[in-house]
Ligand binder design. Structure first.
Ligand code: CAA
Ligand code: NAI
Length: 700
């Protein structure tokens, strides 16, 4: 076997050249791999001992797509994937892609450039480019509508969703499925094609399927996507490329058109932001002082204490990952209600067709209920999700410290309490950490993993690995009030209330933030989360002396809580509700005006959307710098992941810290100072964080 450029192996079997991509971990199409593959193809083309060619991936997968790191250079060096695909497509010997694991993005485009594709039945394919703010730039937007039709091409490329091989086969993107040895089956397929001498299936010569009424089809698909991400540029460019394919344009011209669109996106701010988040998510699992080879504790059996809102969602998270769960409640009635709620959620999914009846039964069979702590004795991990009350949590954790196996991990889902204090109560603090899930826990991707001051390294490493297994993106936070996310949220909500007292309306504030791209404005968000919950936390913090010495601080939310306007569930909050629809309520403005008079806050009618955005977002970012300076978060990217995965921050801006870099740190610092002056510098709320000032002047 010969190695070409160390990244592609060239061997011959039964007069078939087997080109094995060998660039672990994902066979990313970096320049060395591309040039190695091109050399191997050119060799196979003129090799008289070769009648056909197979391209196959070494290691875990066929190919994870373009090497995203290379995008930062702003250009694509030769040979690009387009040139390779054209080389394969125009070859006079059959070229077959043999796919296992995944073929994604450029990897799928490589496969589409081959004459035929065979895939293992457990492999998956897709075009995730749109999630990185780009489009398939090596013929993907041109060959997919030819093989699978316009509608499917739009669906796949605009959504970035990954489909299994069977579906891909049904759609015409895969020619054959392999149930035995992939390489043997691929060789048989290639030799068969050689023997039959049938015309090779070259995408170029296939017409685009579904080209009639294409304008409406494209417009409808695009509109659906833009409703979720209105400012996104990539979907628009994708639509233009597919329309170009459907226009019957020359294939070469279409490839050039697609390439230009790709390069423009790759060099744009949105793709840069999305790529930043991609690598930030991967980076968040790496803990600076934790060796990558830390031995993990086994986790198969999970216990959950408390079957309320969070306990139910957390239970489903583990059940969905195929893990056995015992759910413990205070009494039989509370337990029955928790178990029934889980069953109902699954039954609703089965009714909608998103899971099968077999999956429903399988998940429910993994679930046990209990009211006896002795049932926690065989659990590998126990997560408490009882009431947010320190005394109760200390008692629960003390009990768990006694009954759990010595190597079991104990986690708390507290959102506001001190994890170190809870850990002490267990009598075995090294086994304890925080697992802060977000509601609904089985849906939200974010998991803040709170590292206590005594948390053992293997406990932290185990939970970070486990997070991946249960489909969460985990970010480590140190112990502080609110951890990373809720601590930053505090200043955002503070300014929301101040602006309402100054004369803005909830609808205006929500529209300004949603216009920026937040998934939901802060007033609606508070109404959904429950105003009583937040008001109670504020009362407790005040009692602890943890709030600023400012009677107007978050006065509106506390007032709404005090009069029972507890949010959506009460039908009244920052809005009044018709079902789940928020309706502006003049009474809220009256309450805000009364409070303004009480605290000497001047009412104005000149509050702009820009001011609202700056007032809410910039202090939030400022707090991010304090969190970094204190070592609560390890990296800027961790904070960005928390906000993008847990709080609906617009991914297109890369998260708050990336957004700050884009805006310029000097400008951010100056704007904070200006807002401080404008608002009378109430309690130094806008004082730039030391790290921000240091970075703005290049001193850090
Ligand atoms: N480029 C560069 N690095 C990549 C990469 C890529 N496309 N895909 C993965 N990596 C890196 C990861 O950052 C990670 O690095 P570290 O170990 O340093 O953290 C490493 O490879 C392993 O990645 P995972 O831990 O994610 O491995 P996995 O086995 O769990 O998943 C995967 C593999 C399914 C391929 C997943 O990594 C993935 O989804 N990658 C992104 C795929 C993608 O978006 N491809 C499209 C690229 S754009 C394109 O292709 C356009 C074009 O050509 C024109
Ligand atoms: P909840 O009130 O819906 O549920 C708490 C459950 O715990 C109740 O069913 C109660 O019967 C049970 N319980 C109380 N004491 C118990 C004990 N000693 N033993 C067994 N069960 C006991 O509360 P929710 O919202 O589920 O919150 C639980 C925890 O999750 C809290 O710490 C909260 O701060 C945290 N959290 C809540 C989020 C939310 O959005 N609701 C988000 C993130 C964290």
């Amino acid at each position: 076997m010969a190695a070409i450029a160390n990244s592609v192996e060239y061997s011959i079997r039964d007069r078939v050249a087997v080109l094995t991509l060998n660039a672990p971990p994902v066979n990313g199409l970096s320049q060395p791999l591309r040039s190695g593959l091109m050399s191997a193809l050119l060799k196979a083309r003129t090799d008289h001992d070769v009648d056909a060619v197979i391209v196959i991936g070494g290691g875990k997968m066929f190919c994870g797509g373009a090497d995203i790191k290379e995008f930062a250079s702003g250009e694509v060096s030769e040979p690009d994937v387009n040139a390779i695909a054209r080389c394969m497509e125009t070859m006079n010997k059959p070229v077959v892609a043999a796919i296992h694991g995944v073929a994604l993005g450029g990897g799928l485009e490589l496969a589409l450039g081959c004459h035929m594709r065979i895939a293992t039945s457990d492999s998956r394919i897709g075009f995730p480019e749109v999630t990185l703010g780009v489009l398939p730039g090596a013929g993907g937007t041109q060959r997919t509508p030819r093989l699978a039709g316009v509608t499917l091409a739009l669906d796949l490329i605009l959504s970035g969703r990954v489909i299994d091989a069977q579906k891909a086969h049904d759609f015409g993107l895969i020619d054959a499925l392999s149930s035995g040895d992939l390489l043997d089956d691929a060789i048989a397929l290639a030799l068969d094609a050689t023997r039959r001498g049938e015309p090779l299936r070259v995408a170029k010569y296939l017409p685009v399927k579904g080209a009639e009424a294409v304008e409406q089809t494209i417009a409808a698909a695009l509109e659906k996507v833009l409703r979720r991400t209105p400012g996104a540029e990539a979907p628009r460019a994708i639509a233009r490329c597919i329309a170009f394919a459907a226009s019957g344009a020359d294939f070469e011209d279409a490839l050039v058109f697609e390439r230009e669109e790709f390069l423009e996106l790759m060099n744009g701010a949105q793709s840069k932001a999305l790529r930043h988040l991609f690598f930030a998510e991967k980076g968040a699992s790496k803990i600076p002082d934790l060796p990558g080879d830390t031995a993990l504790r086994p986790v198969e059996r999970v216990g959950i204490i408390g079957a309320g809102t969070m306990g139910r969602g957390i239970a489903m998270t583990f059940l969905n990952a195929g893990m056995a769960v015992t759910l413990l409640e205070i009494d039989a009635e509370a337990l029955a209600s928790g178990l029934e709620a889980i069953r109902k959620t699954y039954a609703a999914s089965a009714e909608k067709g998103s899971i099968s009846a077999a999956v429903l039964n399988q998940r429910m069979s993994l679930l046990r209920g209990s009211t006896d702590y002795a049932d926690m004795a065989d659990r590998d991990l126990v997560i408490e999700a009882v009431f947010e009350n320190l005394d109760i949590k200390q008692k629960v954790c003390a009990k768990l410290g006694e009954v759990c196996r010595p190597d079991a991990i104990i986690a708390t889902n507290t959102s506001t309490l001190n994890v170190d204090v809870i850990a002490q109560a267990s009598g075995r603090a090294p086994d304890v950490l925080g697992m802060h899930f977000f509601s609904p826990a089985h849906i939200m991707r974010l998991l803040e993993v709170v590292r206590g001051k005594e948390t053992a390294p293997d406990v932290l490493a185990t939970v970070m690995a486990l997070a991946r297994r249960i489909g969460k993106v985990a970010v480590v936070s140190g112990v502080c009030y609110g951890f990373i996310g809720n601590r930053m949220l505090e200043s955002y909500l503070r300014e929301m209330d101040f602006l309402l007292m100054e004369g803005a309306t909830p609808a205006q504030i929500d529209a300004a933030l949603e216009g920026f791209g937040m998934a939901m404005g802060p007033c609606r968000m508070m109404d959904m989360a429950g105003i009583d919950v937040n008001a109670r936390v504020l009362d407790e913090r005040e009692a602890e002396g943890a709030l600023p010495d400012d009677p107007s601080y978050r006065a509106l939310v506390r007032k709404l809580g005090a009069i029972g306007r507890n949010g959506q569930k009460a039908g009244l909050g920052y809005y009044r509700y018709d079902g789940r629809t928020p309706i502006p309520d003049p009474q809220v403005n009256d309450i805000a005006a009364d409070l303004a008079a009480q605290f000497g806050i001047t009412r104005r009618n000149n509050i702009t959307d820009d001011e609202i955005r700056d007032r809410l977002l910039l202090p939030l970012i400022n707090e991010g710098y304090r969190i970094l300076d204190e070592g609560i978060a390890y990296r800027d990217g961790d904070i960005d992941v928390v906000w993008a995965a847990g709080y609906g921050w617009p991914r297109l801006t890369g998260g708050p810290m990336h957004y700050a870099e884009t805006m310029g740190l000097e400008q951010l610092r100056n704007r904070l100072q200006e807002l401080g002056r404008q608002t009378g510098d109430r309690h130094g709320y806008f004082a730039p964080a030391s790290l921000l000032s240091r970075r703005a002047t290049g001193a850090a």
